[in-house]
Design a protein around this ligand. Structure first.
Ligand code: ADP
Length: 162
């Protein structure tokens, strides 16, 4: 059984993330989307909210499980009997940071492989930060995020304006 882990902050999940999830389930038996609780980034959504939004957005995709995790990623991967880490690669600018992470994880856990999925072109400029920025300025994000995320972001930013 091939089990892969797709870790990230997912603050919030975008259609770019979902595209990686949909393509990865075609090549593994189970995909665990792992929401980082100890993200170094300051997050807009709590780990619980980030997890719940991914659960909602992936409810019709078979083989996907969503969990939050804290501590070392490699420990989480081992605990779940997985041996693949999936990461998305958008542009060459992702490469340096991502290859550093992959090499460090390899050092910590040599049996685990990191596999990079190259984003599809239409999502290559998409990230969670940009989505939050557009939403905060009242822009249209319907083509960029799942419906549940659009609803949540609209609620947050319309409340802020009151
Ligand atoms: P992190 O803080 O760990 O980078 P993110 O939620 O920003 O978490 O991203 C999680 C993973 O998803 C990363 O590997 C990132 O490169 C990838 N990713 C983010 N946005 C996209 C996108 N639009 N297309 C493909 N992969 C993406």
């Amino acid at each position: 059984m091939k089990i892969a882990v797709y870790p990230g902050s997912f603050d919030p999940v975008t259609l770019g993330h979902l595209n990686i999830i949909e393509r990865t389930v075609k090549i593994v038996d189970k995909l665990i989307v792992a929401v980082a609780i100890d993200s170094k980034k300051t997050t807009l959504f709590s780990a619980q909210e980030r997890t719940d939004m991914i659960k909602d957005a992936t409810k019709n995709i078979e083989k996907v499980e969503v969990q939050s995790f804290s501590g070392l990623l490699t420990d989480f991967v081992r605990k779940n009997k997985a041996d693949i880490i999936i990461r998305g690669m958008r542009a060459i600018s992702d490469f340096e940071h991502e290859s550093q992470l992959a090499l460090m994880n390899k050092r910590l856990a040599p049996e685990i492989e990191t596999i990079f999925m190259v984003t599809c072109a239409k999502y290559s400029y998409l990230n969670s930060t940009i989505v939050k920025e557009i939403a905060s300025l009242n822009g249209n994000i319907s083509q960029l995020v799942p419906e549940i995320v659009e609803i949540k972001l609209k609620k947050i930013f319309s409340n802020k304006k009151v």
